[in-house]
Ligand binder design. Structure first.
Ligand SMILES: NC(=O)c1ccc[n+]([C@@H]2O[C@H](COP(=O)([O-])OP(=O)(O)OC[C@H]3O[C@@H](n4cnc5c(N)ncnc54)[C@H](O)[C@@H]3O)[C@@H](O)[C@H]2O)c1
Length: 267
């Protein structure tokens, strides 16, 4: 059997209703895992879970606002009840609000800190409590946090977003250290995806034009591709397959690592 096979594993993907998270949920299910999608978008989340179920996989949607501690408690409890365990948590939910530093709005800064940093930190907390020995799932596992190439390069218009993604990088390292030292049996890694034309990625390309940083959307995208040795944008499956790898036994000796999946942009 392949070391990337996830048959019997139980996964929770935050922000899995659409975009990269939906692709991650689909890829985890293709690899054999049962998957819960946790998101604030119930309409989209139910539809994505239904589409996965139609492939014959075990999938469900549960409401989850990653910024809210009580919501995390309900979602983790609900996932374990729904799937019969929890082995994989993907902290993917995130928001990006494009602003020049000179025009930053405190409320927008706080929104990004809240979803991207508080949301990921609470995800780590509740994953550890559930998956460590003695927890309600209790058999260790893997957490994959979604950082960004924005944590490894300086791109205009995304200063605070980039800062939150750098924070996810550091959360990953310290969480992996604590998990190892305290015998939780949970590997913790992060991925730095390159620009992918999801709703977030497409919106960013429009925003940087509106801010006067690039003359047009094709030129903004062309600039990103020009900085990317692989010569193209990311596709959802590029990122999703890396999540499957880090969640699988193929990565059994990988923890506290950050994996660029960006075509070489952030090298
Ligand atoms: N698209 C890119 O180019 C790109 C590049 C690097 C990193 N990322 C990161 O990948 C992740 C997914 O990005 P995407 O492009 O799919 O974005 P997206 O906006 O298409 O999807 C984000 C999902 O997160 C959900 N979400 C937002 N706030 C939430 C909350 N408080 N609680 C639960 N769910 C919430 C949304 O409802 C949505 O389903 C994000 O963390 C993003 O920062 C994206």
């Amino acid at each position: 059997m392949s070391v990337y096979d996830l048959t019997g594993r139980k996964a929770l993907v935050t922000g899995g209703a659409r975009g990269l998270g939906a692709g991650m949920a689909e890829a985890l299910a293709r690899a054999g895992a049962a998957v819960v999608i946790g998101d604030i978008r119930e309409d989209l989340g139910e539809a994505t879970a239904d589409a996965i179920k139609k492939t014959g996989a075990d999938a469900a949607f549960l409401p989850l606002d990653v910024t809210d501690e009580a919501s995390w408690e309900r979602a983790i409890e609900g996932t374990i009840a729904e799937l019969g365990g929890l082995d994989i948590v993907v902290n993917n939910a995130g928001v990006e609000i494009t602003q020049l530093v000179a025009d930053l709005e405190a409320d927008d800064i706080r929104k990004m800190l809240d979803v991207n940093i508080v949301g990921t930190a609470l995800g780590l907390k509740h994953a550890f409590r559930a998956m460590r020995p003695g927890g309600p799932a209790g058999r260790g596992g893997a957490v994959v946090n979604i950082s960004s190439v924005a944590a490894t390069i300086a791109f205009p218009g995304i200063a605070v977003y980039s800062a939150t993604k750098s924070a996810i990088d550091r959360l990953t390292r310290v969480a992996a250290m604590e998990s190892g030292k305290l015998g939780y049996g949970v590997r913790v890694n992060c991925i730095y995806p390159g620009l992918c034309p999801t709703e977030m990625g497409n919106q960013l390309a429009q925003d940087v034009v509106e801010l006067g940083l690039f003359p047009s959307v094709p030129e903004a995208i062309g600039a990103v591709i020009g900085l990317t040795p692989a010569g193209r944008l990311a596709e959802v499956e590029d990122i999703a397959d890396a999540v499957v790898f880090l969640a699988s036994d193929g990565a059994r000796f990988v923890t506290g690592a950050g994996l660029p999946v960006d075509g070489g942009m952030g090298m």
